[in-house]
Design a protein around this ligand. Structure first.
Ligand SMILES: *Cc1c(COP(=O)(O)O)cnc(C)c1O
Length: 365
């Protein structure tokens, strides 16, 4: 195999985003010859022992990392997180029932829009009026609701729920879109009834969703569900109801394996905390910069900030570009800059951008 890729680029992309160098390497090798089979991963049958081993390891590693109990199933499905916006309510919300939703950004909003196609929606809190620059924590979960839905990390705005107890105390099932902070920190995953995450932010390549489903929440809706959208069929078929996204599942498996070999979630959480700590500490040290969101809600995955004097934005962007920094332009809905620090981003990349911010901050201070 070739040596570890040594790129002189710092990839702060919001998604698809950086993956571990080992994963890129192993995946590229598998495209040529998968596990010394003489076949490319792209040409093996999904019902072969070769691929079954990939699916089994992906599932087992995910279960292990999250410490899941027997009620919870792990699925690898097509369609991206956006498909889950409708697939969740289709599978668990009856027409005459309501679900609670937290409105903390564009993705949450899209989930709300889709849920309304299947049942009632209570929006129990929203920070829309302030362009989602904080997390609205003053809410009451309706005891009569079928479930409460949250977005654990708001990728575009840079907010993240740090106190999940707010949701655990609701006494109703919890559904979470974890696309952009999945497996970035420890939490009690068994407290959730459905977790979904598009793999391309923190857990693999685009093309696959990772889901965790508490089986007990299924079999309770009256409507007919198209076969391919029915979670029960996917559970029964072990994520092999139809041809799965073979390569994307493989890359997710490699990424999960990398995480496990590193020491799992306690280790990655510590690293993520260190990276985010360094970043925000630098951000707060130079008045030329300004964080976009309430400090207590700052995301450890996506740091969103601006430059006080917007006329300096271009200069800062050019500086970053010159130093090989990729993907720091803020989302068009949030403006400014966004530095994404997903699991695979090395500390040295955060060091590099904070050094640059320091120089810029002193110069413009
Ligand atoms: C990126 C993202 C999505 C959309 O994912 P797709 O895979 O493109 O459908 C949904 N929710 C969150 C929180 C995201 O970050």
């Amino acid at each position: 195999m070739t040596t570890i890729i040594n790129r002189h680029l710092h990839n702060f992309n919001g998604g698809p985003s950086i993956l571990p160098a080992e994963v890129f390497e192993e995946a590229s090798h598998a495209v040529i010859d998968f596990n010394n089979s003489g076949l490319s991963i792209l040409e093996i049958g999904h019902r072969t022992a070769l691929f079954q081993a990939v699916m089994d390891e992906a599932k087992e590693t995910a279960r292990l990392l999250m410490n899941l109990d027997d009620d919870h199933e792990v699925l690898f499905l097509h369609g991206g997180a956006t498909t889950q916006f409708m697939q969740v309510p289709m599978n668990i919300l009856n027409d005459n029932e309501t679900a609670d939703y937290t409105d903390t950004g564009v993705w949450a909003n899209k989930a709300i829009k889709e849920a309304k196609l299947f049942g009632g929606v209570n929006i129990i809190c929203s920070s829309k009026e302030s362009n989602y620059n904080f997390l609205p924590k003053n809410f009451t979960i309706n005891r009569g609701s079928k479930y409460i839905h949250l977005t654990t990390n708001n990728t575009i705005y840079g907010t993240q729920w740090h106190n999940l107890n707010l949701f655990y105390q609701g006494g109703i099932p919890i559904v979470a879109d974890m696309s952009s902070d999945f497996l970035s920190r420890e939490m009690d995953f068994n407290r959730f009834d459905i977790i979904y995450a598009g793999a391309q932010k923190n857990a693999g390549a685009a093309g696959v969703n990772i889901l965790v489903i508490n089986k007990n929440i299924l079999r309770k809706v009256n409507r007919q569900i198209p076969s391919i959208l029915d979670y029960r069929n996917h559970i029964e078929a072990g994520s092999l109801l139809n041809t799965p996204p073979v390569f994307a599942v493989y890359v997710a498996m490699l990424t999960l394996r990398w995480l496990k070999n590193k020491g799992g979630l306690p280790v990655i959480e510590k690293e993520n905390t260190e990276k985010a700590g360094l970043f925000y500490q630098t951000l707060d040290s130079y008045p030329v910069f300004k964080g976009n969101v309430a400090p207590e809600d700052r995301s450890k995955m996506n740091a969103c900030f601006s430059i006080q004097d917007v006329s300096l934005e271009k200069e800062f962007m050019e500086l970053c570009k010159k130093e090989g920094m990729i993907g720091i332009k803020g989302h068009r809905l949030a403006g400014g800059f966004r530095v994404s620090m997903y699991n695979a981003l090395p500390l040295e990349s955060v060091r590099a951008i904070t050094e640059l911010m320091k120089d810029f901050g002193i110069q413009k201070g």
